[in-house]
Design a protein around this ligand. Structure first.
Ligand code: BES
Ligand code: MN
Ligand code: ZN
Length: 517
């Protein structure tokens, strides 16, 4: 599979303005036309030129707004262009604003054919809060936003159509200015951020691939390749024979309508000695037509994204392996294509899952929970301390939370709190939904133990309740419904190009960094 989004090099730099590199210098301006304080480090000539233009009202400073200036003669700068970039309201600046700014910066440099640029945004103290915990990690947020914004899915674009859209990746190098004493620490952090951003890119690349190209076996092949690249990762793939032997009728039934048979992919990363195991399970429906309970035609193409949970598992494993983190991590991806055919499962079918629970399948479009049930049970057999699953599970969750938070459910309050914190810090935000036992009533079946739909009300929660039946009560488990956050075809955020978002990779990387190391 080809890689998308050419590598953008990002480095940190300090020193005085005459030593700065790059053919453009990016300077931040707060809303109201006030330049960022670090402007004083640019030399008198540049400073007065910028102040003069701002006084003339050339830029208001709204987030993402920009204007190009030519440095005055004798400025001592290597840069031949000054790019003023609006930062929005000073009081409302947060980490996400700097990710957004990183994205804007990347888009602007491409548009203006700037190959190499240096930014002042990371240099000064607009981010210095009173206590250290509130401090915004500006340099890393800018870098993350720039890497995320640099992504394009262009596997199927000819040279000609690429040209129509933009020049071929003119922007190659970004330097972040930081204070000398922070140089080494920032450099170290950037290595981590880069690995995580590359994980996001892998997740996006996999998820953006269409269903005809990346089928369940294709996803399994990706897992083998990941294991080939990292000796610490061991991949096991169950095909139909093994699935049958393990009694995994959930995965088999969902895959039975397709010409591309289902798989259960297991990736084990062990570098944590006898430390506890973290298991991450991701829904891998490579295309969801709904099956016999066929979806309406409109928007059905987006159901190639129904493996975004699985894609995040791949991205996370790659990031962890690249950083060689001393942890034990298990990735499980049940992969199937949900299709209608003469061999497909029917509404009304009853199946027995690997755990022994019987399920009445009343809607074949509620397939995610069926494959996840067997995958969760499989993950449990490794005796992990924690299981977290990610899935584009319900339209109901997307309706409830939209594109700006994923749904969070589970059975362990402290785990859920840790995830909420990681969500807040990483940008992959989570919002909790209740899992009161009363909701379990909605999935009682008259003919089997449970049914796979819970009615119109609380659709995201009853899906979570269904999953809860396949993990032991004592097993710490969290379920993250990413149906609304996994992809965005109308994205206007510069660090989220249209298509798969790669959601979950930053969240779980942060969770691991804060609670698992
Ligand atoms: N993959 C869909 C959920 C989905 C919908 C993801 C929209 C992303 C965007 C899932 O398999 C599904 O079809 N769920 C049904 C469940 C229902 C039949 C109980 C849904 O949400 O309508
Ligand atoms: Mn479905
Ligand atoms: Zn689905």
């Amino acid at each position: 599979m080809d890689k998308n989004g050419q590598a953008l090099q990002i480095g940190v730099m300090s020193g005085t303005h005459s030593s700065w590199k790059g053919d453009a210098l990016v300077i931040g301006v707060y809303e109201g036309g006030e330049p960022q304080p670090a402007l004083i480090h640019c030399g008198k000539k540049v400073e007065s030129e910028v102040r003069k233009r701002l006084a003339e009202g050339w830029l208001r400073g709204a987030l993402g707004e920009s204007v190009l200036l030519v440095p005055p003669a004798g400025s001592g700068l290597a840069a031949s262009r000054l790019l003023l970039l609006g930062m929005g309201k000073k009081e409302s600046l947060n980490t996400e604003s700097f990710r957004t700014l990183g994205g804007h910066l990347t888009q602007l440099c491409h548009k203006m054919r700037i190959a190499e640029c240096t930014t002042l945004l990371s240099l000064d103290s607009h981010h210095k809060a009173k206590n250290k915990r509130q401090q915004i990690p500006v340099a890393e947020a800018l870098a993350e936003g720039a890497w995320m914004g640099n992504y394009r899915f262009e596997s199927y674009k000819s040279k000609e159509s690429k040209k129509e859209e933009r020049e071929e990746y003119p922007f190659k190098q970004l330097y972040l200015l930081v204070a000398g004493e922070r140089l080494a620490a920032e450099k170290r952090r950037l290595t981590e951020v880069e690995a995580i951003a590359r994980g996001v890119v892998l997740a996006r690349d996999l998820a953006n691939q269409p269903g005809n190209v990346l089928n369940p076996e294709g996803l399994a092949e990706q897992a083998r390749q990941l294991a080939g690249r990292f000796p610490a990762i061991k991949t096991t793939v169950y095909s139909e024979r093994m699935l049958a032997r393990k009694g995994m009728q959930g995965i088999l039934a969902v895959g039975s309508g397709s010409q591309s048979p289902p798989r259960l992919i297991t990736m084990e990363y062990r570098k944590g000695g006898d430390r506890p195991l973290l298991a991450v399970v991701g829904k891998g429906i490579t295309f969801d037509s709904g099956g016999i309970s066929l979806k309406p035609g409109e928007g059905m193409g987006e159901m190639k994204f129904d493996m975004c949970g699985g894609a995040a598992v791949f991205g996370l494993l790659q990031a962890v392996a690249e950083l060689s983190l001393p942890i034990n991590l298990l990735g499980v991806v049940p992969a199937a294509e949900n299709m209608p055919s003469g061999t497909a499962q029917r509404p009304g079918d009853v199946i027995r899952m690997a755990k022994g629970v019987t399920v009445e399948v009343l809607n074949t479009d509620a397939e995610g929970r069926l494959i996840l049930a067997d995958a969760l049970y499989h993950a449990s057999s490794f005796k992990p301390a924690v299981i977290i699953d990610l899935a584009t599970l319900t339209g109901a969750c997307a309706v409830a939370l939209g594109a700006h938070a994923s749904g969070l459910m589970g059975n362990d309050n402290s785990l859920l709190r840790q995830l909420e914190k990681a969500g807040e810090a990483s940008g992959d935000r989570l919002w909790r939904l209740p899992m009161y036992s009363e909701y379990q009533e909605q999935i009682k079946s008259t003919v089997a133990d449970i049914k796979n739909i819970g009615g119109r009300l609380a659709g995201a929660i009853t899906a979570g309740c269904f999953l809860s039946r396949f993990v032991e009560e004592k097993q710490a488990w969290a379920h993250i419904d990413i149906a609304g956050t996994a992809y965005d075809m109308n994205s206007s955020r510069p660090h989220f190009p249209k298509g798969a978002a790669g959601v979950g990779v930053r969240l779980l990387s942060r969770f691991i960094q804060s609670h698992w190391l």
